[in-house]
Design a protein around this ligand. Structure first.
Ligand code: ZN
Length: 375
C-alpha cells in the first residue's frame, strides 16, 4: 500500500498500486496513476449500478425462491437454513459492440436423392446475421471471486459456453422471483461512480485494463458467433465475424452470494446428507442468476433405491418365513431398487460432465435457433 493524494479533493489515502485504476475513498474520484512519473490522470467513464438490496431482503428472497420451487412451500421456513449472505460490487468493462457474421456450409438433405453420386446429399447454405451487445468483461484478475460468477452468459441458443463474458442486458433481466419494481434496465440505471450507490457493498478494485478487456470481448463474441453459425448447417465451411467496438465503460455491478442448508424434517433426513448449496443474485433488480437446489431428482431416485432395497430384503425374509408369494413382491421391489440405483448413477455421471451449468429452475427454456435465410 502507498500513500497518495487524490488529484481532485487532495485528501491523502492508502492505495494498492497493483490496481489498474485507483478510486479515492473520500470523493469517489477514479484516476490512473503513473508510478514512474507520478502523474495522475482522472478516468471519467466509471459508473456504478446501484445495489438496491440489504442482507435481510436477500435472505428473504432466497427463502421465497425456495418456496416457489418446493412442493410444500410451508415447510421451507422450517427445513431450510440460510447460512451466509455475502455481497460484492464487482467492476466490469462493458464494451458496446456490433458483430456482423457471414457464414456458409453444407446441410444434409432430409430426403436422400436416388441414383446420384457422392456429396449430392448435401445442400450448400449461406447466411449472415448481425447482433449488438453490451458485452461485460470482469475487471478482476480472479474472475471466480463469487460462486459461478464466471458463468453468467446463458445463451438462448443450445450452446454450451466456456467463456466468462456476458451480454449485460440479457443477464441483468432474468431470474426474477417477484416482478422488478422498476422497468429501467440495469444499464440505464447506472450512475457516475460514487461509493454511496453500493449501499454498503464492498467495492472491488479494478485490476484489468481496457485493452485486455476489448481483446477478450472480441474473442468471445467471435467464438460465440462461430457456434451460432454452426447450428445452421452440418458442416460449417466459412465463418467470418467483423466486430466494431463503439465504446467502453467501466461499471461496478452488484452481486449477492447466498449459501443455505436443507435439513429435512421428514423420513428423508435419514437418507439425505445436508450440504451447502449456493445461490447467486444480482443486486439491482434481484434476479436469481444461478441457484442450486437442495434436493434434486437424483437425490430422490437415490432415496427410492434405498427404500425399495430395504423393503425387498424385508419381503424376502417374509417369503422365507411365512409364504412364498412374498418372494414375487420382493423380486419386484428389488428390481425397482436396482433400476433406481442405475438411474441415480446416470444422473451422477451427467452432473460430472464439464460445462453442465446448474440451473435453479428460474432460467428460461432453451429456444430453438431462428434460421437465417440463405443468401
Ligand atoms: Zn478525492
Amino acid at each position: 500500500m502507498h500513500e497518495l493524494a487524490c488529484p481532485t479533493c487532495g485528501t491523502s489515502a492508502q492505495y494498492d498500486f497493483k490496481n489498474y485504476l485507483l478510486i479515492c475513498p473520500f470523493c469517489s474520484e477514479t484516476f490512473r496513476h503513473n508510478v514512474e512519473s507520478g502523474e495522475k490522470e482522472p478516468f471519467l467513464d466509471h459508473y456504478i449500478v446501484p445495489n438496491t438490496m440489504a442482507p435481510k431482503a436477500v435472505r428473504d428472497m432466497v427463502i421465497e425462491w425456495l418456496k416457489r420451487l418446493h412442493h410444500t412451500p410451508s415447510s421451507v421456513d422450517k427445513e431450510y437454513v440460510v447460512a451466509s449472505v455475502q455481497g460484492l460490487s464487482i467492476p466490469f468493462w462493458v464494451i458496446s459492440l456490433e458483430a456482423h457474421t457471414e457464414w456458409s456450409g453444407l446441410a444434409q438433405r432430409r430426403h436422400k436423392i436416388q441414383d446420384h453420386g457422392g456429396g449430392s446429399d448435401f445442400l450448400k447454405e449461406a447466411g449472415k446475421f448481425r447482433r449488438t451487445y453490451r458485452w461485460a468483461i470482469n475487471a478482476r484478475d480472479n474472475i471466480c471471486e463469487l460462486w459461478n460468477i464466471a458463468r453468467l452468459h446463458e445463451p438462448k441458443e443450445k450452446i454450451r459456453i466456456n467463456w466468462d463474458g456476458f451480454p449485460l442486458d440479457s443477464t441483468f433481466s432474468r431470474g426474477h422471483v417477484e416482478k422488478p419494481q422498476s422497468d429501467r434496465s440495469a444499464y440505464d440505471a447506472k450512475e457516475p461512480f460514487e461509493f454511496k450507490f453500493s449501499n454498503g457493498l464492498p467495492i472491488s478494485g479494478v485490476e484489468v485494463d481496457e485493452e485486455s478487456a476489448i481483446r477478450r470481448a472480441t474473442q468471445q463474441v467471435d467464438h460465440y458467433h462461430h457456434l451460432i453459425a454452426g447450428q445452421y448447417v452440418d458442416y460449417l465451411i466459412n465463418c467470418r465475424t467483423e466486430i466494431e467496438v463503439a465504446g467502453i465503460q467501466l461499471i461496478h455491478l452488484p452481486f449477492w452470494h447466498v449459501t443455505y442448508y436443507y435439513r429435512p424434517k421428514s423420513a428423508l433426513r435419514h437418507f439425505y446428507k445436508p450440504s451447502v448449496k449456493n445461490v447467486l443474485i444480482e443486486g439491482y433488480s434481484s434476479g436469481v442468476l444461478h441457484g442450486e437446489l437442495a434436493i434434486t431428482r437424483k437425490d430422490k431416485i437415490g432415496v427410492n433405491a434405498v427404500v425399495t432395497g430395504i423393503s425387498a430384503i424385508f419381503l424376502f425374509m417374509m417369503g422365507a418365513a411365512w409364504h412364498p408369494a412374498f418372494f414375487l413382491v420382493a423380486a419386484f421391489s428389488g428390481a425397482i431398487s436396482v433400476a433406481s440405483l442405475y438411474m441415480s448413477a446416470l444422473k451422477s455421471r451427467d452432473a460430472a460432465l464439464p460445462q453442465s451449468a446448474v440451473h435453479g429452475g428460474t432460467s428460461t427454456l432453451p429456444v430453438e435457433p431462428t434460421r437465417v435465410e440463405a443468401a
